[in-house]
Design a protein around this ligand. Sequence first.
Ligand SMILES: C[S@@+](CC[C@H](N)C(=O)[O-])C[C@H]1O[C@@H](n2cnc3c(N)ncnc32)[C@H](O)[C@@H]1O
Length: 241
Amino acid sequence: MKRRDLRRRVAGRPGPGAASGRRGAAGEPRFSTEPEDPVRFTREWDRFYTAFARLYDVAVRRLPLWRTWIERALPYIQGPRVLEVSFGTGHLLTRYAGRFETHGVDCNRAMVATARRNLERSGAPAELVRGSVEHLPYRSDCFDTLVNTMAFSGYPDGRRALAEMRRVLRPGGSLVLIDFTFPPDGAWLGTRLARFWQRSGDILRDMPELLRAQGFDFEEEAVGGGGSVRLYGATKPGSRR
Ligand SMILES: C[S@@+](CC[C@H](N)C(=O)[O-])C[C@H]1O[C@@H](n2cnc3c(N)ncnc32)[C@H](O)[C@@H]1O
């Protein structure tokens, strides 16, 4: 698989897919360490998405499983202003953009172009820009909901990405985040799938710990993959204006 090729290309450092040295009983999560060279990490993933944007688009449209997972975010989205970070080919955007003032940011040129085409076809309006989760091109406290699906484990610095998402959310605003991680109950299938994604290059983090550290109140639920695909519905402290 190509993701494995990517891992080979970036091998030789404790970066993507490297498990932390934390010890634990069999089945206990061994979260990834952050990549040592974040610039290289992002560049490699960017090349990957440039090469596979078209295939990714076809896969999301033809394979119902992925769509089913990411569409679990829909009930959590509230307006009036919504931002999707790392929208990929934009499938989820086409499902809700007509109902809210919708903005989107993704760092990959090919993904942005594909999402623009998909949105145009669907007739759903959204303001899409190219940019990084680490420097979101928006003022602070300005979105009611921030959507982020299947992307967080591809960021080189989880704390920084989450802090930036928190910054642009209004006090009382909602973050809905779906991604791979270890199932907290150590479920056999989910744990093995999580390890597979980790070996393939994803940075699997302790999301509850990250969310708590930034003061979010949150709930979490399993959406698939034997509990390895999880949804976090989080609220930024403060009251909604
Ligand atoms: C696996 S795709 C997920 C796409 C879509 N959200 C979905 O659920 O199908 C990951 C996306 O994250 C984007 N991405 C990766 N690193 C990023 C960064 N640092 N800033 C913004 N977007 C990034 C990639 O360009 C890609 O479109």
